[in-house]
Design a protein around this ligand. Sequence first.
Ligand code: FEO
Length: 399
Amino acid sequence: MECRQPITDKIHWIGVNDRETTLFENFWPLEKGVSYNSYLINDEKVAVVDTVKFNKTNLFLSKIKEIIGDRDVDYLIVNHMEPDHSSSMQALVNAYPNMKIVGNKKTFPMIEGFYNITENFHEVAEGDELDLGHHKLKFFLTPMIHWPETMMTYDQTEQVLFSMDAFGGFGALDGGIFDDEVIIEDYEDEIRRYYSNIVAKYSPIVQKALTRFADLPIKMICSTHGPIWRNDPGKIVDYYDRWSRYEAEEGVVIVYGTMYGNTAKMADYLAQRLYEHGIKKITVYDASKTHVSYIISEIWKYKGLIIGSCAYNTQMFPSVELIANKIEHSGLQNRYLGIFGNKSWSGGGVKNLVPWSERLKWETVGEAVEATYTPREAEYEKLDALAKEMAEKVLANPK
Ligand code: FEO
């Protein structure tokens, strides 16, 4: 008995939890694991929507068998080709050799490239439909959320949207699989960490996609990661809308790189002064200690960022440089930015953060503050002025 889960009379969650993989895409920490959600529509024709990562193939196949017994899978619908969802495809083809693989014209070269599968393809284009008997499916092409072949499948019969990565997040499904069966607040930070690091670069495309679904009646959103949204699908759509418009909450993130504590001292002073100037939500990160993905997620959440770096061989400190690069390439906008650092004997932190900030085109607050070795009275006064101006800006325009 493999704990198969019906999500309606005829649609089953046949996903798996992965608590073994340490790094998603071999980079993003999975402290709370991740789920690879796959779905089976048990109709006159049987359709599977996406598969799971290769380390869970056997469990995945046994779940299918338990539901359909000796019947065939007629269709595999490939909404997304990233291997966390496609790498059980070959095993599924082996088990069901007559199965048609449904994708769009960008899907099939990837299938051939990754898995050397070249036949039984059923190509769909924008708005095409597939009749399973009772369930009538419709396909929406959503390229670049976040790969070129990505598409979504809408079940018009039960008004269920199979949305591939969109609206999903990190975190294994510990017991419940629906938004009303888990403590959804526990998942929200991981959903934003997924969005801000994996999807966010394509926020303008997300905005366009959301307008296409605005008039579609949706009872349930079934992503390939995280909880299924059946109680309040509007909530996750609203999050995506706000994140992809770069909307923020009132608060300031301070992130710094330090070797011997002087830049850290400046960060702590800034945090205290921000608080005294009226900012209540302040998070301070040592860039070398916390993985960049958690810091980016917080920067995506809050209106203000103050970033500081010591000098390191005439450059920014490496862990700060990684964050700066990630911010620049994410396309995030609509934030206030302050800069500080420590020159030591070479300079390099502030010297490189200033041109980076000019490329970013965020609104810069105050002047960049740079100490030489230990910060002294003159630098503390400048830090205070920076904190005051940042607080005023954020409080006046928190979103
Ligand atoms: Fe969950 Fe883009 O893969």
